[in-house]
Design a protein around this ligand. Structure first.
Ligand code: FAD
Length: 510
């Protein structure tokens, strides 16, 4: 092996296309007649403490195998290593660099505070060992801390951030990194020899080897193992073809369809690209550029609003990363509006929380959405807002419980977006919803699921109940009392009363 081997460390960027660090690594190797070897880490204990869901771990494992195939076409081998956590990861990667005589280590940045600290430590240690480290911004369209106010301050509200985000892209332009060609030196066998695991072939094998599944987890493992490949196929080509398909068939109606969860087999007509963006299987810049291309080709055809709306969602993702980087205390459980959050008398009622996450609250839209999440690892955006508000406002349960539950079950679990969505819903985040604005889950259902088909699909107990009754709180309570054979809970506290109690609890903080 050449003494000038470059190491590409894949993290939340499991792709070869438009991968900034990977492109730079290959180009550097090409210019120096060096080989490239890749490494990826599985960190079971760290993932457990970060509540990474089985769905997402499963997708990562399947994508590593797909990545291995793509890399082998480029003569690049990938080393799969398992270490418990980030601390051991730092030691291991430095040892690996020495064992393989690595001269240059390339990686894309991960922005949560512990990850940044880990990388800083690695950079310092590597320097003392004579290894050059190079870190890149990659996971956003526009990297965190680039969009600032005229006074150089971070934005606290989305809309002005978004305007500047668009302006910056227009002025600076956006280019994709070149796709590397095959390397002259083949490292595939060396990489295989440097693995310390083969137990990542299935989620089941991985769990059994490194974590102890409880009885409940056993059931979930089985369920995920059967469904995940169908719902979230791995491979970059699958992610890109979902993007193309969405741009071709659904984006033209996005502005309206994005709020109708029953569309597309009860999973919604949004792109469902979030699982791929979350683990870096798909480039966010490619999403932006392809949508923009579509806009240019459709100018005047009436879908500008829809396309721009979708582009703005990509900007929300960047915005929440920006917030997280500017306010690292958020990663430690603090709210953006810390004093307000700390003055609310959040409840910690296990029975109420359990009925929420099991989808047995007696509020049909909330229950349908939670069952959809439990069954598929995905929930439509509007419903995420509805269930988050129901938990944090009507039930006044600490939003952190809901945030944690979501991370544990979402295939697209992403700290910044999840935390941002929960804080927004609980009125303690950026763009904070005034606390008195509480979505009524029955009127939300009447507007966005008027024929109750989404509800009836996920809550089959209500399959025979007419939609106009399901979506009317009082009528539903009367109906359930008159039809006791329907095994669906009546509401202990009407939403009008729980809403008033929540508003009162927030009022007491002022
Ligand atoms: C309480 C709550 C929790 C959430 N948790 C997560 C999470 O863990 N991971 C996650 O990716 N998104 C999260 N979101 C944001 C949003 O619900 C999902 O990104 C979206 O539903 C994914 O579906 P899609 O890919 O079809 O989105 P599309 O509507 O097709 O949007 C395209 C992309 O834009 C981004 N995006 C869309 N809406 C938002 C948003 N509100 N905030 C940030 N990015 C957005 C996503 O990357 C998405 O894939 C959360 C929202 C709420 C209210």
């Amino acid at each position: 092996m050449s003494s000038k081997t470059n190491l590409m460390w894949f993290r939340q960027d499991l792709r070869t296309f438009d991968n900034t660090a990977f492109a730079a690594c290959c180009e550097h190797a090409r210019q120096n007649h060096a080989g490239v070897i890749a490494v990826v880490y599985l960190t079971p204990k760290q993932w457990q403490s970060h509540r990474k869901s089985l769905w997402q771990i499963d997708l990562i494992l399947r994508q590593i195998r797909a990545l291995e195939q793509s890399l082998s076409q480029l003569n690049i081998g990938i080393i799969v290593r398992v270490v418990d956590d980030f601390a051991l990861q730092a030691t291991d990667v430095l040892e690996l660099c020495q064992q393989l005589s690595i001269s240059h280590l390339f990686a894309n940045l991960e922005y949560p505070v512990n990850e940044l600290a880990r990388d800083q430590y690695i950079a310092q240690q590597a320097q003392s060992l004579g290894i050059v480290t190079q870190w890149f911004d990659d996971s956003q369209v526009v990297a965190p801390q680039r969009i600032v106010t005229d006074k150089g301050m971070p934005y606290k509200v989305f809309t002005p951030f978004y305007k500047r985000w668009l302006a910056m892209i227009e002025t600076a332009g956006l280019t994709l990194s070149p796709t590397p060609a095959a390397m002259a030196i083949n490292t595939t066998q060396l990489a295989k020899d440097s693995r310390n695991t083969n137990d990542y072939i299935t989620i089941d094998a991985f769990y059994r080897a490194y974590l102890t599944p409880t009885a409940a987890l056993e059931k979930q493992l089985n369920h995920v193992g059967k469904l995940a490949q169908l719902l979230y196929p791995a491979d970059e080509a699958a992610a890109q073809s979902r993007l193309d398909d969405f741009l071709k068939k659904h984006i033209a109606d996005y502005n309206i369809a994005r709020d109708v969860p029953a569309l597309n087999n009860h999973l919604g007509a949004t792109s469902r690209l979030s699982p791929y963006l979350a683990i870096g299987m798909l480039s966010p810049r490619l999403c932006y550029l392809k949508a923009r291309q579509k806009l240019n080709s459709q100018q005047g055809l009436g879908s500008e609003k829809d396309i721009m709306r979708w582009i703005s969602e990509l900007a929300w993702r960047d915005f929440y990363y920006d917030v997280m980087v500017n306010r690292p205390d958020i990663v430690k459980g603090k709210a953006f509006l810390t004093p307000l959050d700390e003055s609310v008398a959040w409840r910690y009622d296990l029975a109420d929380f359990e009925s929420w996450y099991q989808g047995k609250t007696g509020v049909p839209l909330v229950d349908a959405a939670m069952r959809c999440l439990n069954s598929t690892g995905f929930m439509h955006n509007r419903l995420r807002m509805v269930v988050a508000m129901y938990l944090s406002k009507n039930l006044l349960i600490d939003w952190r419980w809901g945030e944690a539950y979501f991370m544990q079950h979402l295939v697209d679990g992403d700290f910044a977006s999840n935390n941002g969505g929960w804080q927004w819903s609980a009125s303690v985040g950026t763009d904070a919803q005034p606390y008195f604005r509480v979505m009524n889950p029955f009127s939300q259902a009447a507007t966005h699921d008027p024929d109750a088909s989404y509800i009836q699909y996920w809550v089959p107990e209500l399959a025979t109940v007419p939609a106009n009754i399901i979506n009317n709180e009082q009528k539903l309570q009367t109906y359930l009392t008159q039809h006791p054979h329907i095994a669906y809970p009546t509401l202990a506290t009407p939403t009008k009363i729980s809403r008033a109690m929540a508003i009162d609890a927030f009022k007491k903080t002022s």
